[in-house]
Design a binder for this molecule. Structure first.
Ligand SMILES: Nc1ncnc2c1ncn2[C@@H]1O[C@H](COP(=O)(O)OP(=O)(O)OP(=O)(O)O)[C@@H](O)[C@H]1O
Length: 267
């Protein structure tokens, strides 16, 4: 059987995600102020900054939950600015959530299958009538679910209720569900928050594999600096809604403005 590593070339040429001059205001407070950065295709791009810097707001603009007052977001030539979350997902930008958002009693297999929903072609009627075309399609989706379960290391848990797994594995199911959408870009909101050291390590390895083996770009909002510094190819640093620095992890680590922002607002 093919593994997910072999089976997941991107259907379309990978594209950069260009974030340009994004401004978001909440009743007088400017949460993001003309923020720009580019997530290069096939890279891990971390967005960091002290509490209240605007990271979640940025994440919510990229996934379509918040509408920016100004600026644009483009994936290659596709304009994402102002689109609803499901349309952004359909254009190849999948996300995970900071808090678990899995149906509590569904098995791991069914949770992953949820991610295949937008790729399902057989209509309600064809499925209801059990037409061979619908059965073939269902088999294809199940095969892909198995490959992705293998990729995230949960192939043995497919028939278990996702809610019964340890927290770290549940988070991996969420990540797997997003991968099942065959995205070009994966938005990860604090993927290792609340995890044990082992779980963090395992999740970081899976995220690196998503980039290295599947060629998917990743936008990572994460407080764990160890994970950011190990995984990220590029880092954008926000403070009070402004982009104060950007570059490689080593570059931003030594940037006086970044040091000042973190020292001025200790966690
Ligand atoms: N829905 C909202 N309504 C009003 N103000 C908001 C809203 N969301 C965020 N803010 C404000 O916008 C600013 C940026 O918040 P945001 O949550 O994006 O920061 P963050 O960098 O993600 O912080 P943290 O690290 O604490 O999660 C903060 O001052 C916050 O209080």
């Amino acid at each position: 059987m093919r593994t997910a590593r072999e089976a997941a070339p991107l259907a379309t040429a990978p594209a950069a995600l260009a974030v340009r001059d994004i401004t978001v205001r909440f009743a007088g407070l400017t949460a993001l102020d003309g923020v720009s950065f580019t997530v290069e295709a096939g890279s891990v791009h971390a967005v960091i900054g002290p509490n209240g810097a605007g990271k979640s707001t940025c994440f919510n603009v990229l996934s379509g939950v918040y509408r920016a007052a100004a600026g644009s977001v483009r994936l290659g030539t596709a304009e994402l600015t102002g689109l609803a979350p499901h349309r952004i997902a359909a254009l190849g930008v999948a996300r995970t959530f900071q808090n678990l958002a899995l149906p509590p009693h569904a098995t791991v297999a069914d949770s992953l299958l949820l991610g295949r929903h937008r790729l399902t072609r057989a209509g309600f009627l064809a499925s209801g009538l059990r037409l061979p075309s619908a059965a073939r399609e269902a088999r294809r989706h199940l095969e892909r679910v198995r490959e992705i379960a293998e990729f995230i290391g949960l192939e043995k848990e497919l028939e278990r209720p996702a809610g019964a797994l340890p927290y770290g594995q549940q988070k991996l199911v969420e990540l797997g569900r997003a991968l099942c959408m065959e995205p070009q870009v994966l938005l990860l909101d604090e993927p290792v928050a609340g995890m044990t050291a082992d779980e963090r390590q395992r999740t970081a390895a899976v995220v690196a594999g998503v980039r290295d083996s599947l060629g998917i770009s990743i936008v990572l909002v994460e407080h764990d600096m160890g994970v950011v510094m190990r995984l990220a190819d590029a880092v954008t640093v926000l403070d009070f809604g402004r982009r104060i620095a950007g570059g490689t992890p080593a570059e931003v680590q030594n940037d006086p403005a970044v040091v000042q922002a973190y020292l001025g607002a200790p966690e």
